[in-house]
Design a protein around this ligand. Structure first.
Ligand code: CA
Length: 265
């Protein structure tokens, strides 16, 4: 299979700065979204630092002898340390942090690691499924039965995350493997998309783009802005094209199945 991806990040209509940052590296099968937080422009520093560390760990100097989950664990740890170092060097950044969702494609699978409330979705056979569980205060209340999903979507505390890079020395990502088939579409986003646009609408916008990642990305960002654009919005769409690769399981060289595709930021 080939993986063709496109990404876009946008300030939105209300916020003065864009504190989101994205990574689109189809040649390495690596895509990510980070949503920074912290005053004095520190949110931008946190998300950019996280993304740069992910790029180094999974693209520039990626070890050849590690499996995908271990690569992701180390990459997330490295991102967390990178933010801690930036805070040490610049005490005015204290309190900054970022969410992170990373997708790593290898063979006929994708591994997703996430921390915080940036999401991954899978669009397949006319359905949309959220692959990640938000590490957020309101999601905890939903899980405990104290809040409905509808109430959570409107709750003023919906931006409060319970896990983030930069907030502690050790951060543990959730990691899942997603076996892929041709026609599948993977979507990564910051909460500026899913708080503005409902899942059903996300699904129909992706489907209306006919599998084209650039068209889908543009339509999703425009929909978030048309709905008010209350937050920075970031979207990465990856389309799985072609036939499943029978050699994929035996392949040892990373990224051999990845098509350079197109990329933009
Ligand atoms: Ca956000």
């Amino acid at each position: 299979m080939r993986y063709v991806g496109h990404g876009r990040t946008d300030r939105g209509r209300v916020r003065p700065h864009n504190e989101d940052c994205i990574l689109v590296e189809p040649a390495h099968g690596v895509f990510a979204v980070a949503d920074g937080m912290g005053g004095h422009a520190a949110g931008e520093v946190a998300s950019r630092t996280a993304i740069e560390e992910i790029r180094d760990a999974l693209c520039t100097d990626r070890p050849a002898d590690l499996d995908a989950p271990e690569l992701l664990r180390r990459a997330v740890e490295r991102s967390n340390l990178g933010i801690a170092r930036a805070i040490e060097a610049h005490p005015e950044y204290r309190g900054m942090g970022t969410t992170l969702v990373v997708a790593l494609f290898e063979g006929d699978s994708c591994w997703i690691a996430h921390v915080g409330d940036s999401r991954a979705y899978l669009v397949r056979d006319g359905r949309i499924d959220q692959l990640t569980t938000d590490h957020s205060f309101v999601n905890e209340l939903v899980r405990l039965g104290m809040l409905s999903r509808e109430q959570a979507a409107r709750d003023p505390r919906r931006n409060v995350v319970t896990r983030a890079l930069g907030s502690s020395q050790v951060v543990v990502p959730d990691i899942v493997e997603v076996p892929l088939s041709p026609g599948d579409i993977l979507l990564l986003c910051s909460d500026g998309l899913n708080t503005m646009v409902e899942d059903g609408e996300i699904l129909s916008l992706v489907r209306s783009a006919g599998g084209d990642p650039e068209t889908a990305t543009d339509r999703l960002v425009e929909a978030a802005n048309a709905a008010g654009g209350e937050d920075n919005v970031s979207v990465v769409v990856v389309a799985c094209q072609g036939a499943p690769d029978p050699e994929a399981a035996r392949r040892t060289a990373p990224n051999a199945a990845i098509d350079p595709g197109e990329t933009s930021r």
